[in-house]
Design a protein around this ligand. Sequence first.
Ligand SMILES: *Cc1c(COP(=O)(O)O)cnc(C)c1O
Length: 395
Amino acid sequence: MSIYDRFAVRTIINAKGPSTRLSGGFLAPDVAAAMTEAATYCVEMTELHAGASKVIAEVTGAEAGIVTSGAAAGLLMGTAACVAGLDPGKMSRLPDARGMKNEVIMVRSQRNFYDHAVRTTGAHIVEVGLPDRYAGAGVRDAEAWEIQQAITANTAAVVHVAGGAAQPALADVVRVAHEAGVPVLVDAAGQLPPVSNLRRFISEGADLVAFSGGKAIGGPQGSGILAGKRDLIMSALLQHLDLDIYWEQWAPPKALIDKDRLAGAPQHGIGRPCKVGKETIIGLLVALQNFASESGEARTRRFAAIIQRLHAGLEGVDHARIQVTGGAVPKLELHLTANAPLTAMQLCIELERGSPSVHADPSRVCNGIVSFSPWCLKEGDEQHIAARVKPLLRY
Ligand SMILES: *Cc1c(COP(=O)(O)O)cnc(C)c1O
């Protein structure tokens, strides 16, 4: 029995990994306990944000940081910071970005569903480059000079989506952007682990970096981090905070918000709907400290043990070859044979619809592969998965 039974909701076995659609991952007991405790007190939110900023700065090497309601919220508020700066009038006018720096440059092959968050600010995206290598027509993609040529007096930022295949390299993006005085905002939502990536993009010169808190970090599902330059974080936070307060009464910690530099207090900003509660902030901070302190080897060993148990359970499965992939997060893949009773897509769907409901990773079903991630598996889930898969692949 779980609390979900009270509301007639099934719990699932999540072998896809921490995706938002599947409610992220699950919290470690100490993170859940910290959130429960945090929820029983009241605090001044700006003071809590200042405490969070210190932890985020320590862990990322950035000047400052805020807890957001997700990486997408970080992209929204990071972009808003680049567009409005420290001008409360501009902050209050967004998403009407007329008369402001309202262009954001992105490499065409990096465009993705989450860049809606960038456009939500009112800025529009200027695409550069032709992804020739993805078209199967050639080997090239966008190059730094193309970003350089796209920069105008209206450029608010360059948004770079980090990833193994991202081109041009972040260092080159930073070089041409900074030559023109333009900040670089990195979407690093899915770039953890390794833990070293918490610092990597800042050390490569990014002005702002957004991480997801509900993915690898193991924080609350609706959490994330935006880390970066102090002024940009100040602007992002100003556009997020609830500002229902008299100017003379308002005393935010100066390290985070320097009132002396503001013409006045902005109204509730474009980031105000991305509200983050105190429990979420505390939960994210505890999860972040845990994540940063577990060694990569220890994490990989923990995951490898889960995959080993799943492998043992699936031994003897019909019409599929089992393959375990290596790397920091090992996975188990079922390569279905041509005569299997189900296609890979059908197997995923059957696993989801039966009981207990098992969600595998369908991203390679076109190649006849169903894969299983250890990220969100609990002790015992391996046996349930094997018991569901085996009969489905038998004639
Ligand atoms: C998951 C993801 C996001 C969104 O992260 P949330 O924390 O769910 O808001 C943004 N960008 C990329 C590349 C992602 O993988």
